[in-house]
Structure formats: C-alpha cells, structure tokens
Design a protein around this ligand. Structure first.
Ligand code: NCD
Length: 311
C-alpha cells in the first residue's frame, strides 16, 4: 500500500497519524529547497494545476500558486469575480466545466462546508481543499504542525491552546483533529458563543477564560473572529472581546516560559493579538508559518500526483 493512499486532500479527518507524519516529513524536504536562490524542480512539468478560490485569500492562494510553479506545473487561477459563477452557474457545473479542460490538480476554497468533497466526487483529478466554510483547512493544519515540530522537536505531549472564534474556524477544526491525533493536549478557548456545540466538544477541554486557557501552554494559537460567518445575534459577545480575549505580552506570561505564539493570518492587530506579540521574533511563528505553507503545499501537490505521473 502507498504511504498516502488517498486520491484527494479534503480534510485531516480520516487521515491516520502515520499518513499525517508522512505528509510532514515530505514537506520538511522542501524547506531548504525553498531557501535556495533558484527554486525549480520539474516533477510536475506538463501538468495543469487549477486554483479556484471562491473566498478571499492571500496566503493560501499565493502559496499554492508558488508551490505549483516551483514544481514546474502550469498553474492557472480562476478569476471568480469575472467568472460565470456571477451569472448563476452552480458550483458543480463550474467544477464539471473545469474538469472538461482536463486539469491534473484542482485546488479550491469555498464558503460552504462540504464543498470540496462535493467537487471531488465529480472531478477526475485530485482535489485539495484550501478551506471549505467552517469545515476544514487541511494544509493550514499541516503547516502549523510542521512549524510546531520544527520549533519544539515534537508534537506529542505538548499543551496547545487554540483561542478565539473556534466555532466558525476551519483552522481550529483541522488543527484540533491533527494535533490530537499526534498526541498533543489540545484546549479550545473562547467566548461561549464562539465555541462549538456541546455535542462536538465531547471529551475536549475548553475554557471561556483566556488567562486560564493559556496557562502553562507550550503553544498559543490565536484565531481571527470569522465575521463573515457570524450569526446575526453573536455581536453581543464581541463588545468587550479585546479586553477579554486579546493576547497581550502580559497575558503571554501565563503560558510556559518558552511558549510560542501562532496565528494563521490574517491578523487583526489589537483585536485578538497585540501588535508587539505578533511581531516578537522570538515567540511568534506567524511568518514562519507562512514560509512553511509553501513547503507543505509542494509536498501535497507532489504526493497527490505521484501515481498519475508514473502510470
Ligand atoms: C484562514 C482561513 O482562511 O481559514 N486563513 C488562512 O488560510 N491562512 C484563517 C482566517 O481567515 O481567519
């Protein structure tokens, strides 16, 4: 059996711990490659990679584009704002249309949870989920895990506090699943209204108090409020949000002395994270996360096309 027996990468859910470690190990190999002045490999030469992002993105879209280019693929971005989606074409009709052009890889982001799976069900090539609503964001969790593993040397046994808008965050979900699968002790911290439903939280440690939630943590992962996904009546809990949930230098003292701070971006300075904490070169991994995102995406593009390239 292949070390990665999946055709698509839709979520972390359903991956075995050894499959996750395999993806991380493969990504690790691209880190030094990406630090060279010349960054070209031709293993995806002749393959067409289509990126279709129906939701805004800076890091994810650009790093998938850079990753494909560095591996020699022909990378094409669909311009959603100028596409027939604006004329009422459905997601599945759009997917079938792109599929007819015979891409070899399809990377997508969409506001609907489950969208990537729906598209994967009708497409002939591997589909990578770059974020589906409040569903999953598997490559973000992989790059976060790689950043933690490189800094801390391990994931097992680490105390990780994921803080902020957990309920609407695909990053929180994918990270919780991945980090728990690799043996980290994960806690979710945020206002009650922004924590998932009790059914989803079974067996997971939570706190509505940031000071308590981050105390002793080895990793403090901060998340943006997903304003685009908030239900109308949620604004009440946001009034004193900064005061209660912003990670300040003072608060960070409650975490382990060598704790690192993470954030998938985009950050809202002074809302969920103080500017000086985000910019702290010793503690903050934020820009390293971005750097490692390219390596992780190169590994995913490479692994998912391996069989196709050699058949
Ligand atoms: C995240 C996303 O889009 O899910 N950003 C990212 O991919 N780096 C987080 C967010 O938008 O808050």
């Amino acid at each position: 059996m292949s070390a990665f027996p999946h055709r698509h990468l839709i979520g972390i859910e359903g991956l075995r711990p050894d499959e996750i470690v395999f993806l991380l190990d493969e990504a690790e190999q691209w880190v030094d490659f990406n630090r060279q002045p010349r960054k070209c490999d031709d293993r995806l030469a002749g393959l067409t990679q289509v990126n279709a992002f129906f939701e805004n993105s800076t890091r994810t879209l650009l790093s998938f584009e850079i990753a494909g280019n560095r591996l020699g693929a022909q990378v094409v971005n669909m311009h959603v704002a100028q596409s027939s989606v604006q004329k009422g074409e459905t997601l599945l009709d759009t997917a079938l249309t792109i599929n007819a052009m015979r891409p070899d890889l399809f990377v997508m982001r969409h506001s609907l949870a489950g969208a990537a799976q729906q598209v994967a069900d009708v497409m002939d090539c591997p589909v990578i989920n770059g974020g589906d609503g409040a569903g999953e964001h598997p490559t973000q969790a992989l790059l976060d895990a790689l950043a933690i593993r490189r800094r801390k040397g391990r994931i097992e046994g680490l105390k990780v506090a994921i803080c902020g808008d957990i309920r609407h965050s695909r990053v929180a979900r994918s990270n919780r699943i991945l980090l728990s699968a690799l043996g980290a002790d994960v806690r979710l911290v945020g206002p009650g209204e922004l924590l998932p439903s009790p059914a989803e939280l079974e067996g997971i440690a939570t706190s509505t108090d940031l000071n308590e939630g981050i105390s002793g943590a080895d990793v403090v992962m901060m998340l943006r409020i997903q304003r685009e996904r908030l239900e109308e009546n949620t604004s009440a809990c946001l009034e004193d949000y900064q005061e209660r949930y912003c990670l300040t230098r003072e608060r960070l003292k409650l975490a382990a002395p060598d704790a690192v701070v993470m954030h998938p971006g985009p950050i809202n300075r002074g809302v969920e994270i103080a500017g000086d904490v985000a910019d702290d070169g010793e503690r903050s991994l934020i820009l390293e996360q971005v750097e490692l995102g390219v390596a992780v995406r190169m590994a995913c593009l490479d692994i998912l096309t391996r069989e196709h390239r050699t058949s």
